[in-house]
Design a protein around this ligand. Structure first.
Ligand code: 6PG
Length: 471
């Protein structure tokens, strides 16, 4: 029963993934740079230790795996991946495969795949979502690579993945960096989902005077309706949690400065490169950036007077808030899926759009009830923006007024709701047949003779703004 699989990096995620693989009947050799980590990992592995082969050097690891080998890297994204690949390369032979399962930037994955072309090993990048619990008991896996590579490792990846009504949440997204690209957009959406939930929390706490119990009860109730999702569920749990030190709500003791490792930012950068509008995700990234400016925000309150103010009595209720969040969520996913289909066209990837929604239904951080309907919509109306696909058109119509009401009330009270507001603005733009960009075109032509198109289709080289026709 010699392993074909190996795994490097026994941190929280790597260790959990190795145990998951072993549990599904695949023997696996493991290695960690610090041998003590491997020792304690083996001690805690229990009966699964029988399928794990601990190794102390990279050479030992490679020797412990029967060719053709597939070695999973679970090391920090960035230069560490390159260092590992460089150290492994001389030990590998033709047919061996390195799988980067970290949160790599997809451009790095593209580069590494290209570099592997002159090397004895093959390289593939897979996006893995679901945190520690997902890695241990079933993540969502967005694989990038060739069909031949997928044929080699797809069965194992599907076996260890989460299941939605028996369907594996692991699939091949496309070649090269496609898997990591889809994971990046997943994370962008994750940022936006989290931000919009945080905005409704702010409205409840600062605008409506809810205590932590009221907030927890609201999220718990929402989790039984159309918003049912992992992130709403954990938000309820977070709101219920008690601080062991003060005995008060845990949330009230946590500094309001969000961390970020960069995947949300990458999504925004790539969207700009593709000229795709994903304003809800952008707003979520900006909100994290702003949250980190703790001192500046305190100074702002001193200079301009503190915001926010409580909402007038009866301005909002939790039903309106829930509807606004439903609308915001649909608008955000419409943007995220639009970005994916635009990337597919740009990079000549045949991204399997309905499958993406399907493998996000379980295992990953953004898993939600709504993703099942999104998968159906993307299947029935391929290439259509989600807001124009049934049943989402109807849901947007039903909930748009609530989103507007929430944004208006929040704005009046000075409660910042950047992601919800960005969603509404995008929606308003998306249904404005006569926008204001004619002004921009005229300005561009005025100062730079950039030209414009006329509505009546007649020839309109330039002007007539200049007294001198040459400008
Ligand atoms: C997942 C998550 C995960 C991510 C963390 C932290 O899908 O399991 O997206 O990959 O690393 O959520 O991300 P930030 O530190 O950027 O918030």
């Amino acid at each position: 029963n010699a392993p074909h699989f190996g795994l490097i990096g026994l941190g929280t995620m790597g260790g959990a993934l190795a145990l998951n693989i072993a549990e599904h009947g695949y023997p696996i050799a493991v290695f960690n740079r610090t041998p003590a980590v491997t020792d304690s990992f083996m001690q805690e592995a229990g009966p699964l230790a029988a399928r794990l082969v601990p190794t102390k050097t990279l050479a030992e690891l490679v020797a412990a795996i029967t060719p053709p080998r597939a070695i999973i890297l679970m090391v920090p994204a960035g230069p560490v991946v390159d260092q590992q690949v460089k150290a492994l390369a001389p030990l590998l032979q033709k047919g061996d495969l390195i799988i980067d399962a970290g949160n790599a930037n997809y451009t790095d994955t593209e580069r590494r795949v290209a570099e592997a072309k002159d090397q004895p090993y093959d390289f593939m990048g897979i996006g893995v979502s679901g945190g520690e619990d997902g890695a241990r008991h079933g993540p969502s896996i967005m694989a990038g690579g060739t069909v031949a590579q997928w044929d080699r490792v797809g069965e194992m990846l599907q076996a260890i993945s989460a299941k939605y009504e028996g369907e594996a949440c692991a699939a091949l997204m496309g070649p090269g960096g496609a898997g990591h690209f889809v994971k990046m957009v997943h994370n962008g959406i994750e940022y936006a989902d989290m931000e919009m939930i945080a905005e409704t929390y702010a409205l409840m706490r600062d605008g409506m005077g809810f205590d932590s119990t009221g907030i927890a009860e609201t999220f718990e109730a929402w989790n039984k309706g159309p918003l049912a999702s992992y992130l709403i569920e954990i938000s309820g749990k977070v709101a219920r949690a008690v601080d062991p030190i003060s005995g008060g709500p845990m949330l009230d003791q946590i500094l309001d400065a969000a961390g970020q490792k960069g995947t949300g930012r990458w999504t925004v950068i790539e969207a700009q490169k593709l000229a795709v509008a994903i304003p809800v995700i952008e707003a979520a990234v900006v909100a994290r950036n702003l949250s980190a400016q703790v001192k500046a925000r305190k100074h702002g309150a001193e200079v301009f007077g503190p915001q926010p103010q409580p909402l007038p009595k009866g301005a909002l209720d939790t039903t309106v808030l829930e509807q606004a969040l439903i609308a915001g969520k649909i608008l955000c996913y419409a943007q995220g899926f639009d970005m994916l289909s635009r990337a597919a066209a740009e990079f000549s990837w045949d991204l399997p759009m309905p499958t993406i929604a399907k493998i996000w239904r379980a295992g990953c951080i953004i898993r939600s009830a709504m993703l099942n309907d999104m998968a159906t919509a993307l299947e029935k109306t391929p290439g259509e923006n989600l807001i124009f696909a049934a049943p989402f058109t109807a849901m947007v119509k039903q909930n748009e007024a609530a989103l507007r009401q929430v944004v208006i009330a929040a704005t009046a009270a000075g409660i910042a709701v950047p992601a919800l507001a960005a969603g509404l603005s995008w929606f308003d733009s998306m249904r404005t047949p006569r926008g204001s960009a004619n002004m921009i075109q005229a300005q561009r032509d005025f100062f730079g003779a950039h030209g414009y198109e006329r509505l009546d289709g007649k020839d309109a080289p330039h002007g007539p703004w200049w007294t001198n026709p040459q400008g």
